[in-house]
Design a protein around this ligand. Structure first.
Ligand SMILES: Nc1ncnc2c1ncn2[C@@H]1O[C@H](COP(=O)(O)OP(=O)(O)OP(=O)(O)O)[C@@H](O)[C@H]1O
Length: 247
């Protein structure tokens, strides 16, 4: 099998007495969508934050393309992390910017595009996500579902190589939820990005993922394809894939 793009080996993380990650090992492969599932509070968001460098593990190794992050210079880590885009669970939109400006921000920060080119890209993605009518609104004026789509547009606008999605469809109605899943799949087919998705949308999310990682009690219970998961003889795994949302 190909070398993982991102690899966790026995990663541990505690917050005071709260031992959240107790030895998480997993592999993320290039061009695949990997979904991370597990009970609420088991450490899925914490895991994503380790990938993007917002948190540092207490022990264990995190590798990017075979190289330990601990052995990288800060500049090497920055270079790798520039390939990432992150869609936060709380959307993390800037309240003082309009929706248009929020979506345009990652492009204008790069300083590589003309105003016209940025406007074209932003308008295109807003149309695809059916939020074009919100361009001059502010985040506080939008519903939760609309804010999700704005955050999704902002994560996709730079066409990043790796996108981390933290519950991209929470709070959306079933039609919009399917649309977002479909969009993630379509974008992956067109741009070939690598996706890591934390989701409670089981089993719907399995339709767009090639690899599933399940975390329980701070450890990886299983990782593999849906077929491999189905074969796995564990009541916990079975109840998850049968659609129980163990919240
Ligand atoms: N910055 C932090 N400081 C202290 N504790 C934290 C911090 N971030 C997360 N935690 C704790 O880590 C645990 C795991 O949180 P996390 O948000 O990763 O769970 P999750 O699996 O993503 O949950 P959910 O499915 O509900 O979003 C929780 O007990 C949380 O309180």
């Amino acid at each position: 099998m190909a070398e993982p793009l991102i690899e966790f080996i026995d990663v541990e993380k505690s917050f005071g007495d709260n031992h959240v990650l107790r030895g998480v090992s997993l592999s993320i492969y290039r061009g695949e969508i990997t979904v991370i599932i597990g009970k609420s509070g088991c450490g899925k968001s914490v895991l994503l934050k380790h990938i993007i460098g917002l948190m540092q593990q207490d022990s264990g190794l995190i590798k990017f393309e075979g190289k330990c992050t601990d052995d990288m210079t800060r500049s090497e880590q920055r270079t790798f992390r520039k390939k990432f885009s992150y869609m936060f669970q709380d959307n993390a939109l800037f309240d003082s910017l309009t929706i248009f400006q929020n979506i345009a921000l990652p492009l204008s920060e790069k300083g590589l595009f003309s105003k016209e080119s940025i406007a074209g890209k932003v308008n295109e993605i807003m149309t695809t996500l059916e939020i074009e009518q919100t361009a001059s609104s502010y985040p506080a004026e939008l519903s939760g579902g609309m804010k999700k789509r704005v955050a999704l547009a902002r994560a996709l606008i730079t066409k990043p190589e790796i996108i981390l999605f933290d519950e991209p469809t929470t709070g959306l109605d079933p039609v919009r939820k399917n649309k977002v899943h479909q969009m993630i799949r379509d974008y992956k087919d067109v741009f070939g990005f690598t996706g890591v998705v934390v989701s409670h949308e089981i089993p719907d999310i399995f339709e767009i993922s090639q690899r599933i990682v399940m975390i329980d009690q701070g450890k990886t219970v299983i990782e593999g394809t849906l077929d491999e998961l189905v074969q796995f003889d564990s009541d916990l795994v079975k109840s998850f894939i049968q659609g129980h949302k163990l919240r």
